[in-house]
Design a protein around this ligand. Structure first.
Ligand SMILES: NC(=O)c1ccc[n+]([C@@H]2O[C@H](COP(=O)([O-])OP(=O)(O)OC[C@H]3O[C@@H](n4cnc5c(N)ncnc54)[C@H](OP(=O)(O)O)[C@@H]3O)[C@@H](O)[C@H]2O)c1
Length: 330
Protein backbone atom coordinates (compact mmCIF):
# COMPACT_ATOMS: atom_id res chain seq x y z
CA UNK A 1 0.00 0.00 0.00
CA UNK A 2 1.30 3.44 -0.74
CA UNK A 3 -0.15 5.24 2.24
CA UNK A 4 1.68 4.34 5.43
CA UNK A 5 0.67 6.91 7.93
CA UNK A 6 1.02 4.90 11.16
CA UNK A 7 3.46 5.87 13.86
CA UNK A 8 4.68 2.32 14.40
CA UNK A 9 7.92 2.62 12.48
CA UNK A 10 9.13 5.42 14.72
CA UNK A 11 10.67 2.63 16.76
CA UNK A 12 13.27 2.04 14.05
CA UNK A 13 16.13 4.18 15.28
CA UNK A 14 16.03 7.82 16.21
CA UNK A 15 12.57 9.31 16.06
CA UNK A 16 11.77 12.64 14.51
CA UNK A 17 11.16 14.22 17.87
CA UNK A 18 14.24 12.94 19.69
CA UNK A 19 16.36 13.94 16.74
CA UNK A 20 14.65 17.28 16.59
CA UNK A 21 15.68 17.83 20.17
CA UNK A 22 19.12 18.59 18.82
CA UNK A 23 17.91 20.91 16.08
CA UNK A 24 14.61 22.43 17.10
CA UNK A 25 16.02 25.53 18.77
CA UNK A 26 18.16 26.41 15.81
CA UNK A 27 15.40 25.27 13.44
CA UNK A 28 13.30 28.22 14.51
CA UNK A 29 16.02 30.60 13.41
CA UNK A 30 14.82 30.83 9.82
CA UNK A 31 11.29 31.52 10.94
CA UNK A 32 12.47 34.24 13.30
CA UNK A 33 14.45 35.89 10.51
CA UNK A 34 11.62 35.67 7.99
CA UNK A 35 8.62 37.88 7.44
CA UNK A 36 5.11 36.51 7.12
CA UNK A 37 5.28 36.36 3.35
CA UNK A 38 8.29 34.16 2.92
CA UNK A 39 8.13 33.30 -0.75
CA UNK A 40 10.07 34.99 -3.51
CA UNK A 41 13.48 34.74 -1.85
CA UNK A 42 16.56 35.80 -3.79
CA UNK A 43 17.63 33.19 -6.30
CA UNK A 44 20.72 31.17 -5.45
CA UNK A 45 24.06 32.17 -6.90
CA UNK A 46 24.63 28.62 -8.15
CA UNK A 47 23.44 28.08 -11.71
CA UNK A 48 22.93 24.29 -11.83
CA UNK A 49 20.18 24.14 -9.24
CA UNK A 50 16.52 25.04 -9.45
CA UNK A 51 15.75 28.57 -8.24
CA UNK A 52 12.25 29.18 -9.59
CA UNK A 53 9.98 30.17 -6.67
CA UNK A 54 6.82 29.28 -8.58
CA UNK A 55 5.49 26.67 -11.02
CA UNK A 56 2.61 26.83 -13.47
CA UNK A 57 0.47 23.74 -13.06
CA UNK A 58 -1.12 22.87 -16.38
CA UNK A 59 0.40 26.04 -17.79
CA UNK A 60 -2.15 28.30 -16.10
CA UNK A 61 -2.24 27.80 -12.33
CA UNK A 62 0.74 29.58 -10.79
CA UNK A 63 1.66 28.09 -7.42
CA UNK A 64 4.42 28.78 -4.95
CA UNK A 65 6.50 25.65 -5.09
CA UNK A 66 6.31 24.71 -1.44
CA UNK A 67 2.80 23.43 -0.86
CA UNK A 68 0.99 21.86 2.08
CA UNK A 69 -0.11 18.25 2.50
CA UNK A 70 -3.42 18.15 4.37
CA UNK A 71 -3.32 14.46 5.31
CA UNK A 72 -1.99 15.20 8.80
CA UNK A 73 -4.85 17.45 9.89
CA UNK A 74 -7.07 14.38 10.41
CA UNK A 75 -7.30 11.92 13.33
CA UNK A 76 -4.92 9.11 14.33
CA UNK A 77 -4.40 6.61 11.50
CA UNK A 78 -5.61 9.34 9.09
CA UNK A 79 -9.03 8.49 10.44
CA UNK A 80 -11.84 10.77 11.59
CA UNK A 81 -11.55 14.23 13.09
CA UNK A 82 -8.32 15.50 14.62
CA UNK A 83 -8.14 15.56 18.42
CA UNK A 84 -8.01 19.39 18.33
CA UNK A 85 -10.17 20.61 15.48
CA UNK A 86 -9.49 24.29 16.24
CA UNK A 87 -5.77 23.64 15.86
CA UNK A 88 -6.28 21.91 12.50
CA UNK A 89 -8.20 24.96 11.24
CA UNK A 90 -5.39 27.21 12.50
CA UNK A 91 -2.78 25.17 10.64
CA UNK A 92 -4.71 25.46 7.36
CA UNK A 93 -5.28 29.21 7.76
CA UNK A 94 -1.67 29.82 8.73
CA UNK A 95 -0.47 27.95 5.63
CA UNK A 96 -2.35 30.38 3.42
CA UNK A 97 -1.20 33.39 5.48
CA UNK A 98 2.39 32.28 4.90
CA UNK A 99 1.86 32.28 1.15
CA UNK A 100 1.14 28.60 0.53
CA UNK A 101 -1.28 28.40 -2.39
CA UNK A 102 -1.11 24.69 -3.22
CA UNK A 103 -2.92 22.39 -0.80
CA UNK A 104 -2.90 18.65 -1.41
CA UNK A 105 -5.70 16.53 -0.01
CA UNK A 106 -7.82 13.46 -0.84
CA UNK A 107 -11.32 12.16 -0.17
CA UNK A 108 -9.56 9.27 1.60
CA UNK A 109 -7.99 11.48 4.29
CA UNK A 110 -10.30 11.00 7.24
CA UNK A 111 -12.06 9.91 5.00
CA UNK A 112 -13.67 13.20 4.03
CA UNK A 113 -12.53 15.16 7.10
CA UNK A 114 -9.46 16.70 5.46
CA UNK A 115 -11.55 18.16 2.63
CA UNK A 116 -14.26 19.30 5.06
CA UNK A 117 -11.69 21.03 7.27
CA UNK A 118 -10.14 22.79 4.28
CA UNK A 119 -13.52 24.24 3.34
CA UNK A 120 -14.32 25.14 6.95
CA UNK A 121 -10.99 26.92 7.39
CA UNK A 122 -10.63 28.63 4.05
CA UNK A 123 -13.96 29.00 2.20
CA UNK A 124 -14.57 31.41 0.50
CA UNK A 125 -11.17 30.62 -0.92
CA UNK A 126 -8.63 33.35 -1.55
CA UNK A 127 -7.86 34.07 -5.19
CA UNK A 128 -5.15 31.84 -6.54
CA UNK A 129 -5.48 29.04 -3.99
CA UNK A 130 -5.14 25.70 -5.75
CA UNK A 131 -6.66 22.68 -4.02
CA UNK A 132 -5.43 19.42 -5.47
CA UNK A 133 -7.56 16.54 -4.26
CA UNK A 134 -7.52 12.84 -5.11
CA UNK A 135 -9.86 9.92 -5.52
CA UNK A 136 -9.62 6.20 -6.15
CA UNK A 137 -8.72 4.92 -2.66
CA UNK A 138 -11.35 3.85 -0.18
CA UNK A 139 -11.02 3.59 3.60
CA UNK A 140 -12.67 0.59 5.25
CA UNK A 141 -11.02 1.51 8.58
CA UNK A 142 -8.11 3.33 10.28
CA UNK A 143 -4.85 2.60 8.50
CA UNK A 144 -6.64 0.69 5.70
CA UNK A 145 -6.44 1.89 2.10
CA UNK A 146 -8.23 -0.06 -0.64
CA UNK A 147 -8.16 1.05 -4.28
CA UNK A 148 -11.36 1.44 -6.26
CA UNK A 149 -10.71 2.77 -9.74
CA UNK A 150 -14.07 1.80 -11.18
CA UNK A 151 -15.68 4.55 -13.28
CA UNK A 152 -18.78 4.51 -11.10
CA UNK A 153 -16.79 5.03 -7.90
CA UNK A 154 -14.59 7.74 -9.40
CA UNK A 155 -17.53 9.75 -10.71
CA UNK A 156 -19.20 9.62 -7.30
CA UNK A 157 -15.88 10.53 -5.69
CA UNK A 158 -15.50 13.66 -7.83
CA UNK A 159 -19.02 14.79 -6.96
CA UNK A 160 -18.35 14.12 -3.27
CA UNK A 161 -15.15 16.16 -3.28
CA UNK A 162 -16.85 19.05 -5.09
CA UNK A 163 -19.55 19.12 -2.42
CA UNK A 164 -17.21 18.87 0.56
CA UNK A 165 -14.81 21.45 -0.83
CA UNK A 166 -17.75 23.70 -1.86
CA UNK A 167 -16.33 24.04 -5.36
CA UNK A 168 -17.91 24.09 -8.79
CA UNK A 169 -14.71 22.85 -10.36
CA UNK A 170 -11.69 21.10 -8.86
CA UNK A 171 -8.43 22.70 -9.99
CA UNK A 172 -6.38 19.49 -9.89
CA UNK A 173 -7.95 16.04 -9.52
CA UNK A 174 -5.46 13.23 -9.02
CA UNK A 175 -6.05 9.51 -9.46
CA UNK A 176 -4.77 8.41 -6.04
CA UNK A 177 -3.40 5.16 -7.34
CA UNK A 178 -4.09 2.79 -10.18
CA UNK A 179 -6.49 0.02 -9.20
CA UNK A 180 -4.88 -3.23 -10.37
CA UNK A 181 -8.37 -4.63 -11.05
CA UNK A 182 -9.36 -1.80 -13.41
CA UNK A 183 -7.55 -0.80 -16.63
CA UNK A 184 -6.13 2.71 -16.28
CA UNK A 185 -8.01 3.64 -19.47
CA UNK A 186 -11.34 2.99 -17.72
CA UNK A 187 -10.45 4.94 -14.56
CA UNK A 188 -9.07 7.90 -16.48
CA UNK A 189 -11.89 7.69 -18.98
CA UNK A 190 -14.29 8.43 -16.11
CA UNK A 191 -12.10 11.29 -14.88
CA UNK A 192 -11.95 12.68 -18.41
CA UNK A 193 -15.75 12.62 -18.57
CA UNK A 194 -15.87 14.66 -15.36
CA UNK A 195 -13.32 17.07 -16.83
CA UNK A 196 -15.34 17.40 -20.02
CA UNK A 197 -18.40 18.11 -17.87
CA UNK A 198 -16.52 21.08 -16.35
CA UNK A 199 -16.09 19.51 -12.90
CA UNK A 200 -12.30 19.21 -13.12
CA UNK A 201 -9.79 21.70 -14.51
CA UNK A 202 -6.63 19.59 -14.59
CA UNK A 203 -5.85 15.93 -14.00
CA UNK A 204 -2.92 14.49 -12.04
CA UNK A 205 -1.67 11.01 -11.21
CA UNK A 206 -0.22 9.47 -8.09
CA UNK A 207 1.98 6.43 -7.42
CA UNK A 208 2.85 5.79 -11.04
CA UNK A 209 5.74 4.72 -13.25
CA UNK A 210 6.69 6.54 -16.47
CA UNK A 211 4.99 3.89 -18.65
CA UNK A 212 1.75 4.45 -16.76
CA UNK A 213 2.03 8.21 -17.21
CA UNK A 214 2.48 7.63 -20.93
CA UNK A 215 -0.62 5.43 -21.06
CA UNK A 216 -2.61 7.95 -19.05
CA UNK A 217 -1.67 10.85 -21.31
CA UNK A 218 -3.25 9.02 -24.23
CA UNK A 219 -6.59 9.29 -22.42
CA UNK A 220 -6.48 12.78 -20.90
CA UNK A 221 -3.86 15.55 -20.50
CA UNK A 222 -1.89 15.08 -17.27
CA UNK A 223 -0.39 18.05 -15.38
CA UNK A 224 1.21 16.45 -12.33
CA UNK A 225 2.53 13.30 -10.72
CA UNK A 226 2.58 12.63 -6.97
CA UNK A 227 4.98 9.87 -5.86
CA UNK A 228 6.94 9.07 -2.73
CA UNK A 229 10.29 10.82 -2.96
CA UNK A 230 12.74 12.32 -0.53
CA UNK A 231 16.47 12.54 0.01
CA UNK A 232 16.58 8.97 1.32
CA UNK A 233 14.04 7.40 -1.02
CA UNK A 234 14.56 8.02 -4.68
CA UNK A 235 12.85 5.06 -6.27
CA UNK A 236 10.83 7.54 -8.30
CA UNK A 237 13.83 9.12 -10.06
CA UNK A 238 12.51 7.84 -13.40
CA UNK A 239 9.11 9.37 -12.85
CA UNK A 240 10.77 12.64 -11.83
CA UNK A 241 12.91 12.60 -14.98
CA UNK A 242 9.76 11.98 -17.03
CA UNK A 243 8.08 14.98 -15.40
CA UNK A 244 11.10 17.20 -16.07
CA UNK A 245 11.17 16.18 -19.71
CA UNK A 246 7.45 16.75 -20.18
CA UNK A 247 7.03 19.80 -17.91
CA UNK A 248 4.70 18.07 -15.45
CA UNK A 249 4.66 19.13 -11.80
CA UNK A 250 6.14 16.48 -9.45
CA UNK A 251 4.68 16.45 -5.93
CA UNK A 252 6.89 14.32 -3.67
CA UNK A 253 4.97 12.75 -0.82
CA UNK A 254 6.84 11.91 2.40
CA UNK A 255 9.13 14.82 1.44
CA UNK A 256 10.60 14.78 4.95
CA UNK A 257 10.37 11.05 5.46
CA UNK A 258 6.80 10.73 6.76
CA UNK A 259 6.43 9.59 10.37
CA UNK A 260 9.73 7.72 10.26
CA UNK A 261 11.61 10.96 9.72
CA UNK A 262 15.08 11.10 8.22
CA UNK A 263 18.31 9.47 9.36
CA UNK A 264 20.50 11.73 11.47
CA UNK A 265 24.30 11.90 11.42
CA UNK A 266 24.83 12.60 7.77
CA UNK A 267 25.31 15.46 5.35
CA UNK A 268 21.78 16.67 6.09
CA UNK A 269 22.69 17.07 9.71
CA UNK A 270 25.96 18.83 8.90
CA UNK A 271 24.17 21.35 6.68
CA UNK A 272 21.45 21.84 9.29
CA UNK A 273 24.06 22.65 11.92
CA UNK A 274 25.99 24.93 9.58
CA UNK A 275 22.89 26.98 8.76
CA UNK A 276 21.34 26.84 12.22
CA UNK A 277 18.18 25.22 10.88
CA UNK A 278 16.44 21.86 11.23
CA UNK A 279 17.27 18.80 9.19
CA UNK A 280 13.74 18.91 7.73
CA UNK A 281 14.34 22.39 6.39
CA UNK A 282 17.51 21.18 4.72
CA UNK A 283 15.63 18.21 3.21
CA UNK A 284 12.99 20.58 1.79
CA UNK A 285 15.62 22.99 0.47
CA UNK A 286 17.35 20.07 -1.24
CA UNK A 287 14.05 19.07 -2.90
CA UNK A 288 13.35 22.61 -4.08
CA UNK A 289 16.81 22.87 -5.58
CA UNK A 290 16.76 19.32 -6.98
CA UNK A 291 14.43 20.13 -9.89
CA UNK A 292 12.31 23.08 -11.04
CA UNK A 293 9.27 20.78 -11.39
CA UNK A 294 9.32 19.61 -7.75
CA UNK A 295 6.46 20.89 -5.58
CA UNK A 296 6.99 19.47 -2.07
CA UNK A 297 3.85 19.04 0.05
CA UNK A 298 5.09 18.48 3.62
CA UNK A 299 2.30 17.55 6.01
CA UNK A 300 1.94 18.61 9.61
CA UNK A 301 -0.62 19.08 12.35
CA UNK A 302 1.49 21.77 14.00
CA UNK A 303 1.62 25.52 13.29
CA UNK A 304 5.25 25.65 14.49
CA UNK A 305 6.30 22.85 12.14
CA UNK A 306 4.39 24.45 9.29
CA UNK A 307 6.18 27.76 9.83
CA UNK A 308 9.50 25.95 9.96
CA UNK A 309 8.75 24.05 6.74
CA UNK A 310 7.65 27.12 4.80
CA UNK A 311 10.72 29.01 5.99
CA UNK A 312 12.83 26.37 4.25
CA UNK A 313 12.10 28.22 1.00
CA UNK A 314 14.57 30.86 2.20
CA UNK A 315 17.36 28.40 2.77
CA UNK A 316 19.96 28.22 0.02
CA UNK A 317 22.50 25.44 0.21
CA UNK A 318 26.09 25.99 -0.87
CA UNK A 319 26.92 23.92 -3.99
CA UNK A 320 29.26 21.63 -2.01
CA UNK A 321 26.60 21.07 0.68
CA UNK A 322 24.02 20.30 -1.97
CA UNK A 323 26.38 17.82 -3.59
CA UNK A 324 27.10 16.05 -0.29
CA UNK A 325 23.39 15.82 0.50
CA UNK A 326 22.58 14.70 -3.01
CA UNK A 327 25.02 11.80 -2.58
CA UNK A 328 22.80 10.36 0.19
CA UNK A 329 21.01 7.96 -2.13
CA UNK A 330 18.10 6.04 -0.65
N1 LIG B 1 -0.31 10.12 -2.91
C1 LIG B 1 -0.07 9.33 -1.88
O1 LIG B 1 -0.16 8.09 -1.96
C2 LIG B 1 0.34 9.98 -0.59
C3 LIG B 1 0.83 9.21 0.50
C4 LIG B 1 1.20 9.87 1.67
C5 LIG B 1 1.07 11.25 1.76
N2 LIG B 1 0.57 11.97 0.71
C6 LIG B 1 0.47 13.46 0.75
O2 LIG B 1 1.78 13.96 0.99
C7 LIG B 1 1.76 14.80 2.13
C8 LIG B 1 3.10 14.70 2.84
O3 LIG B 1 3.30 13.41 3.34
P1 LIG B 1 3.29 13.08 4.89
O4 LIG B 1 2.54 14.16 5.61
O5 LIG B 1 2.81 11.71 5.04
O6 LIG B 1 4.83 13.05 5.25
P2 LIG B 1 5.94 14.19 5.52
O7 LIG B 1 5.45 15.52 5.08
O8 LIG B 1 7.23 13.69 4.97
O9 LIG B 1 6.07 14.12 7.09
C9 LIG B 1 4.98 14.39 7.94
C10 LIG B 1 5.39 14.01 9.34
O10 LIG B 1 6.46 14.86 9.72
C11 LIG B 1 6.12 15.61 10.89
N3 LIG B 1 6.63 16.96 10.64
C12 LIG B 1 6.26 17.81 9.68
N4 LIG B 1 7.00 18.94 9.71
C13 LIG B 1 7.89 18.78 10.72
C14 LIG B 1 8.90 19.59 11.26
N5 LIG B 1 9.19 20.79 10.75
N6 LIG B 1 9.59 19.13 12.31
C15 LIG B 1 9.34 17.91 12.82
N7 LIG B 1 8.38 17.08 12.38
C16 LIG B 1 7.66 17.52 11.32
C17 LIG B 1 4.64 15.53 11.01
O11 LIG B 1 4.30 15.49 12.37
P3 LIG B 1 3.61 16.76 13.09
O12 LIG B 1 2.16 16.69 12.72
O13 LIG B 1 3.88 16.53 14.52
O14 LIG B 1 4.29 17.98 12.55
C18 LIG B 1 4.30 14.19 10.35
O15 LIG B 1 4.42 13.14 11.28
C19 LIG B 1 0.57 14.31 2.95
O16 LIG B 1 0.14 15.26 3.88
C20 LIG B 1 -0.41 14.00 1.86
O17 LIG B 1 -1.04 15.21 1.42
C21 LIG B 1 0.22 11.35 -0.46
Amino acid sequence: MHEKPSNSNKKQGVTRRTFLGTTLVTGAALVARGSDAIFGAEPSASSNIATNPTWKLGGDLTVNRLGFGAMRVTGEGIWGWPPDRGNALKVLRRAVELGVNLIDTADAYGPETSELLIAEALYPYPKGLVIATKGGLTRPGPGEWVPDGSPQHLKQAVDGSLKRLRLERIDVYQLHRIDPKVPIEESLGAIKEMKDAGKIRHVGLSNVEPEEIERARKIVPIVSVQNRYNIEDRKSENALAYCEKNALGFLPWFPIGGTRGLKPENALNAAAKAHGVSVFQVALAWLLERSPVILPIPGTSSVAHLEENVAATKLKLAPEEWKAINALAG
